[in-house]
Design a protein around this ligand. Structure first.
Ligand SMILES: NC(=O)c1ccc[n+]([C@@H]2O[C@H](COP(=O)([O-])OP(=O)(O)OC[C@H]3O[C@@H](n4cnc5c(N)ncnc54)[C@H](OP(=O)(O)O)[C@@H]3O)[C@@H](O)[C@H]2O)c1
Length: 175
């Protein structure tokens, strides 16, 4: 069945170290080629919502996805992205895009400020646990165990282009 506007599921996609770190100096404090492939696979074809700092960190629009960048700066413009003045505006745009696709989903891809604001209306968290404890300056907000239920977990040993072992974890909002 085609999801209509407003019906799209909202998924947070995040990689978080064991100490809660998700970023350092505007970038990621690890090298995880395997997780970049996973990120690409789980977000491909979906509208992606990100904060302006995360967009700057990625440096270009993610291909094959509608890129929606949240910023309070009315003058912000970048090629290949849609600017939104608030998370609500970003969601409105994303719902229109996702609603046009079967099984429409919207991916919230960070950073910390956006995750914190999106947590209350997110349905699923697609979490990569990075088995390391790096220094960092940006942290994932706490995940309330009363709200989130782990429904799957797969641990992987670091591949040749990975700086740490990692686990793909799925968390769903408890009913
Ligand atoms: N490990 C991961 O999975 C992951 C994922 C994403 C990012 N990161 C890391 O996280 C760090 C960036 O995260 P961050 O928390 O510092 O920044 P961010 O959430 O990416 O962006 C923050 C910016 O978004 C805009 N913004 C936030 N809330 C808004 C609202 N309600 N309305 C309008 N605009 C709003 C503002 O932009 P303006 O200042 O332009 O107004 C704000 O400065 C980087 O180190 C990045 O590498 C990690």
């Amino acid at each position: 069945m085609m999801a209509g506007p407003g019906k799209a599921r909202i998924v947070i996609v995040v990689a978080r170290a064991e100490n809660g770190v998700i970023g350092k100096d505007g970038t990621l404090p690890w090298r995880l080629s395997s997780d970049l492939k996973h990120f690409r696979a789980v977000t491909m074809g979906k509208p992606v919502i990100m904060g302006r700092k995360t967009f700057q960190s990625i440096g270009k629009p993610l291909e094959g996805r509608d890129n929606i960048v949240v910023t309070r700066n009315p003058d912000f413009a970048a090629e290949g992205v849609i600017a939104a003045a608030s998370l609500e505006e970003a969601l409105d745009v994303a719902r229109m895009k996702a609603g046009a696709r079967e099984g429409g989903e919207i991916a919230i891809i960070g950073g910390a400020e956006i995750y914190a604001a999106a947590m209350t209306f997110t349905d699923v968290i697609d979490l990569t646990e990075v088995h390391a404890r790096p220094d960092g300056d940006t942290f994932m907000p706490d995940l309330d165990g009363n709200v989130w239920t782990e429904t799957s977990r797969q641990r992987h040993a670091a591949g040749p282009k990975d700086s740490a072992d990692y686990s793909f974890v799925r968390l769903e909002r408890s009913s």
